[in-house]
Design a protein around this ligand. Structure first.
Ligand SMILES: Nc1ncnc2c1ncn2[C@@H]1O[C@H](COP(=O)(O)OP(=O)(O)O)[C@@H](O)[C@H]1O
Ligand SMILES: [Mg+2]
Length: 371
């Protein structure tokens, strides 16, 4: 046995054994290995149970056949109690298949009595494995908690962004929209009250600029708060596809059922923003000649698939430190109980697939009407 166990505080060992002679043998072996230990022997199930209740042990050593029960019954009892102390089966003649079956039930190790010389090492290994397992569980829990915090933060950030967008859209509508409407009113008043040619010429130019400003504010508002979503997700996605085709001259087809299952606002907005970001990415990077968008609500899952036949995405593209588009979509999908898959083949194109099962209990059914 190495220094590890020798330097450790005294090991508490519980020995399930009906033969006093075998118990002495085990003690001798442990002493020989240099371990510091205290060992308690019990022979009955009841004794085993009550001793476990009283004392914490570092390891249990158990003979296989005991009066009226076997080590596996004892192991089961420990499992039922939620007691996870390492459990080593120490026995002669149970046969290899019984030993394998025992290990498969989750006991830590099996040592035939004729190999008793290895006891120290086997005990040490079982305790070490147990310690590693516990540490791993703590690390896993820490990781899960940290992922949860990150995901909550992303959700909060997303909601804040949508609220900000709504507020900005409202200001553009009320302030800029209001002012532009007033300017139009005044321009038309002036045009009715003048016959001066050069004034009319300037009025024409002012009206053109005004139309341009109105279009721009409409467009900006639409991007900030997709009012088109009020007409449903299908209409909104078609509107996005049309705009994309007009801007890029790349045909984009939308396939969808006539109408979709009633979807919470938060889900619609997630799907909308996914299509929007996917199309933006396509226009920036894909260099494709064709885009297909498919919406479906079959089998209680909303799926939205945006496929291009362009260059495809490298794994390292997705890992770019400063790229948050697709990462953000993944987080966003998660906040409504869904997920996002990216499937791509270099030179063949890319598919972005959003899936959101219906009626995820954590979603507020009608959303918060953020946008
Ligand atoms: N449809 C696409 N075709 C080819 N490459 C793409 C496509 N979409 C995304 N990419 C690549 O993946 C990267 C990450 O995209 P994204 O997460 O949206 O971040 P960003 O657009 O800010 O770079 C892009 O920089 C680009 O290299
Ligand atoms: Mg992007």
């Amino acid at each position: 046995m190495n220094n590890n166990i020798r330097n450790n505080p005294t090991l508490q060992i519980l020995h399930l054994e009906d033969s006093a002679q075998d118990h002495e043998l085990v003690k001798r072996e442990l002493q020989r290995s240099g371990a510091q230990f205290e060992i308690t022997r019990v022979e009955t199930m009841q004794g085993f149970d009550s001793t476990l209740n009283r004392t914490r042990f570092d390891v249990v050593l158990a003979d296989y056949r005991l009066p009226g029960f076997t080590a596996l019954d004892a192991w089961q009892l420990m499992k039922d109690k939620g007691e996870r102390t390492p459990f080593i089966l120490l026995s002669g003649a149970i046969g290899e298949s019984a030993a394998v079956a025992a290990i498969q039930t989750g006991i830590s190790d099996y040592l035939p009595k004729e190999d008793m010389g290895k006891l120290g090492r086997v005990v040490e290994r079982a305790i070490e494995m147990h310690r590693i397992q516990l540490e791993k569980e703590v690390a896993d829990l820490d990781l899960a908690a940290s992922e949860q915090r990150l995901s909550n933060f992303a959700e909060h950030l997303q909601a804040t962004i949508e609220q900000e967008r709504t507020a900005i859209a409202r200001e553009i509508h009320d302030d800029i929209g209001g002012s532009l409407a007033a300017i139009r009113f005044d321009l038309s008043w002036i045009s009715r009250h003048t016959t001066d040619k050069s004034t009319l010429l300037h009025l024409g130019a002012a009206n053109d600029m005004l139309s341009h400003a109105l279009d721009a504010s409409q467009r900006i508002m639409m991007n900030l708060r997709p009012a088109v979503l009020d007409q449903g997700l299908v209409a909104a996605v078609e509107w996005l596809a049309d705009g994309f085709s007009r801007r890029t001259s790349i045909p984009a087809t939308v396939r969808s059922p006539q109408s979709l299952h009633h979807l919470p606002k938060a889900v619609q907005l997630t799907a909308y923003r996914t299509a929007q970001e996917a199309l933006t990415n396509i226009s920036k990077y894909a260099q494709c000649s064709q885009v297909k968008i498919e919406l479906s609500d079959a089998e209680e899952v909303l799926t939205l698939e945006i496929t291009d036949n362009g260059l495809g995405i490298h794994d390292q593209d997705l890992a770019k430190k400063t790229s948050f588009g697709i990462r953000g979509l993944k987080e966003r999908a998660r906040t409504v109980g869904g997920w996002l898959d990216v499937s791509s083949q270099l030179g063949q194109g890319t598919s972005i697939i959003l899936s959101i099962p219906f009626q995820t209990p954590s979603i507020d059914q009608d959303g918060d009407d953020n946008p």
